[in-house]
Design a protein around this ligand. Structure first.
Ligand code: PLP
Length: 390
């Protein structure tokens, strides 16, 4: 039998999932590894889905999603992002991840390059691999609050074959919220080098300081594609509804790829997403306030333990500096699970830029975060770490 595709065989899994698998079912382990809100989906959203099922909305929808949801998403772009987007520019997808894959399938030929943040969400590199494309990392430095070095970015944008510049603000795992000026310049750089910008804005409504700005506000010629989802904003990760906004020509191509991948997003989950986007928004503010309080707890505890790198300004993650005890964060994260009852994401999974850190999720209650930091501090102090610097 001939082998399966070697690129997929060789593709590393996300280290976050590996830790999740190791920690699953182990009694007493504190879970700070996964980026999933611990809140329940608000009841009015759940009720909208139940109603949709009862009313018989249990069939395929159009590939690009229902008209009603696409209009609700266009309304959200006006309300939250200050963007004028028509319904035919919107494609509803199976979570943001499906929107990112679809966008990159439409834009990138095999062998072409995608500029991705380092540290950044590992799935960007996985998608590049699956498409036979190249992920070209651009470094984000803690000393600059994980904003890009714009000169460096401009020189990487000139790399032959690079076609897409991927932006993720607020960022995972950094918690960076890029400034208006930086984002304006990023779009300018893309224009100068004829790149598309793919902006992953899934954490757009989880901002503690600064403001969320969509790079598309600086778009003059349809080169910025915007991705978001209801997953993080409304505690709806399992419902799997994301979306993409682009020119109507690119959106039509994206909808065509959906036919081959998922046919359409789940119909009752679309009804739930519509209720989320058009219903009361106080749940969004309440959850964001809770994440802010947890961020403050984590900052204070990490700072006291001498492990703080910087204060996240958005999203729900914080990086802890473990470089004084390990150079192998994968082994260290495994040891934390097995020996210290703590599950966190190994920094190396986010690229070389994450290799001195582990990532803690703030999507857990404050007392769990406090106890988690205490266990991490204990582990870094005890020297009983497999994978430790010797
Ligand atoms: N983009 C980033 C930066 C993420 O961190 C995640 C999930 O962790 C996603 C996209 C995926 O979102 P969804 O669950 O809507 O596919």
């Amino acid at each position: 039998m001939r082998p399966a595709r070697t690129a997929i065989d060789a593709m590393p899994r996300s280290g976050i999932r590996e830790v999740m698998d190791l920690a699953r079912g182990r009694p007493g382990v504190l879970h700070l590894e996964v980026g999933e809100p611990d809140f329940q989906t608000p009841p009015h959203i759940v009720e909208a889905a139940a109603r949709a099922v009862r009313d018989g909305h249990t069939k395929y929808t159009a590939n690009a999603g229902t008209d009603a949801l696409r209009e609700a998403i266009a309304g959200k772009f006006a309300r939250v992002n200050g963007l004028a987007v028509e319904r035919d520019q919107v494609v509803v997808t199976h979570g943001a991840i499906n929107a990112l894959l679809t966008a990159l399938m439409v834009l990138v030929e095999p062998g072409e390059g995608i500029l991705v943040p380092d540290p950044g969400w590992p799935n960007y590199g996985m998608i590049a691999t699956m498409l036979g494309a190249r992920a070209v990392p651009y470094p984000l430095d803690a000393s600059a609050d994980y904003e890009p070095d714009l000169e460096r970015l401009a020189s990487l944008a000139a790399t032959p074959g690079v076609k897409v510049l991927l932006v993720n603000s607020p960022g995972n795992p950094t918690g960076a919220v890029w400034s208006r000026e930086a984002l304006e310049r990023v779009v300018e750089i893309a224009r100068e080098h004829d790149l598309y910008v793919l902006s992953d804005e899934v954490y757009e409504e989880i901002v503690f300081e600064g403001e969320h700005v969509s790079p598309a506000v600086y778009d003059t010629d349809g080169r910025v594609l915007t991705v978001s989802a209801v997953s993080k904003t409304y505690a709806m990760t399992g419902w799997r509804i994301g979306y993409l906004a682009a020119t109507s020509a690119l959106a039509a191509l994206a909808a065509k790829t959906q036919e081959a991948i998922v046919a359409c997003p789940n119909s009752m989950a679309q009804a739930a997403a519509e209720a989320a986007l058009t219903g009361p928004q106080d749940c969004v503010t309440e959850m964001c306030d809770a994440y802010r309080r947890r961020r403050d707890v984590a900052v204070a505890a990490l700072s006291a333990a001498g492990l703080l790198i910087n204060e996240p300004r958005g999203a729900f993650y914080i990086l802890a500096d473990v470089s004084r005890v390990t150079t192998d964060t994968d082994a260290f994260a495994r040891s934390l699970v097995l020996d210290h009852g703590l599950a966190v994401a190994p920094g190396a999974t986010f690229g070389p830029g994450g290799s001195r850190a582990v990532r803690l999720s703030l999507a857990s209650p404050a007392d769990v975060i406090e106890e988690g930091v205490a266990r991490l501090a204990g582990a870094t102090a005890s020297g009983t770490i497999r994978g430790a610097v010797t």
